[in-house]
Design a protein around this ligand. Structure first.
Ligand code: G3I
Length: 322
């Protein structure tokens, strides 16, 4: 049977996975499948600020560079994830903000320097960046984070401008979860993106993470949603797809899971400017889900033994028939 990347090649949509660097180092089967099945990779963790600057002023690009090298050797594109988030920031940053040691003016400088350093380091090596991750909440308001509280809403435009200065060719993305269909949150993104474009801010893409769950059902408005963002002149991507379920696994859940993957992949294939479909891990052996949602799991295309599940077959079929 053909690999996903071989099938995807004809479609113009890249097929990607998040990569767990520990698994890549220790698990030969994992490493071989990353190389064989995917033509795009995203660091699951090691391009986040916490990992890149554990100590203030001291950059550590070792693990991230390893992924970039792996990708180059295997003819894969790299999606940069992520320049600004409210999670996985270095302890020195969060404690400095919480204690008041870092004030707003200094925080703005720190953010600018971080973006220049990181986007500069990976210039020409990554396809693009999730510049801001998860900056809107599920009610459709700007998320209440220290970024917003200290810097005001303009920090979003600033982050994009700084990233563009550091890497003028990189595609710069807004990225979030629960924005695959048309809802209050995705509509707020639509308005934000429209405004940023109108203001001449270099925003190029809308990333929909795609963390779905069988127990919630799937929203049939995904294609319409993708198309409205593309009408703004943006490209789109599914950036972190997985479809979890309440354990134990059974056949109806596996079938529903396959339908969830299919819905998002087909929206991407039917769109005009959807450039990639990335899964957030591809084997149940390594997944963030059980650690975050107790009693849930089995969210990936392959099971713990790397055997393909119905979802893998469904993705493969959709790519074949596209
Ligand atoms: O690095 C430490 C290690 O030193 C320590 O021994 C170990 C003990 O728990 O923890 C390690 O850190 C963990 C880190 O992953 C790296 O493995 C954190 O505990 C763990 O919370 C962290 O989870 C990551 C999560 O983001 C953090 O919010 C997941 O792996 C990662 O899949 C997940 O990814 C996010 C995307 O970036 C954004 N969208 C949602 C998605 C899923 O939550």
């Amino acid at each position: 049977a053909s690999t996903l990347r071989a099938l995807a090649k004809r479609t113009g949509v890249r097929i990607g996975t998040a990569v767990d660097m520990a698994a890549l180092a220790d698990d030969t089967t994992y490493r071989e499948r990353v190389a064989a099945e995917f033509n795009s990779v995203t660091a699951e963790n090691v391009m986040k600020w916490q990992f890149l600057e554990p100590e203030r002023g001291v950059s550590d690009f070792a693990a991230a560079d390893e992924l970039v090298d792996f990708a180059r050797r295997n003819g894969q594109q790299v999606r940069g994830h992520t320049l600004l988030w409210h999670n996985q920031n270095p302890a020195w940053l969060t404690s400095g903000v919480n204690s008041g040691e870092i004030d707003a003016a200094e925080l703005r400088q720190i953010l600018r320097q971080h973006i220049y350093t990181v986007a500069g380091h990976f210039r020409g090596k990554v396809y693009g960046w999730d510049v801001v991750n998860e900056v809107i909440d599920d009610n459709g308001n700007l998320r209440d984070t220290f970024w917003l509280r200290m810097l005001g809403p303009g920090y979003i435009a600033d982050a994009f401008r700084w990233a563009h200065q550091a890497d003028p060719k990189a595609k710069l993305y807004l990225n979030d979860y629960n924005v695959e269909g048309i809802n209050a949150k995705s509509t707020k993104y639509f308005e934000l993106a429209k405004q940023l474009r109108k203001d001449g801010v270099p925003v190029h893409g809308f990333g929909m993470q795609g963390h779905l769950g069988v127990q919630y059902g799937f929203d049939g408005t995904a294609l319409d949603n993708v198309l409205r963002f593309e009408k703004l002149g943006l490209e789109t991507a599914f950036t972190e797809v997985d479809v979890r379920m309440i354990l134990p696994v059974d056949n109806p859940k596996l079938q529903a899971q396959a339908a969830g993957y299919t819905l998002l992949l087909q929206a991407c294939l039917l769109a005009k400017r959807c450039v990639s479909f990335t899964v957030w891990g591809f084997t149940d052996k390594y997944s963030w889900v059980p650690g975050f949602f107790s009693g849930q799991g089995a969210a990936n295309l392959l099971d713990e033994n790397f055997a393909p599940k119905p979802a893998y077959q469904a993705v493969s079929n959709s790519l074949t028939l596209a």
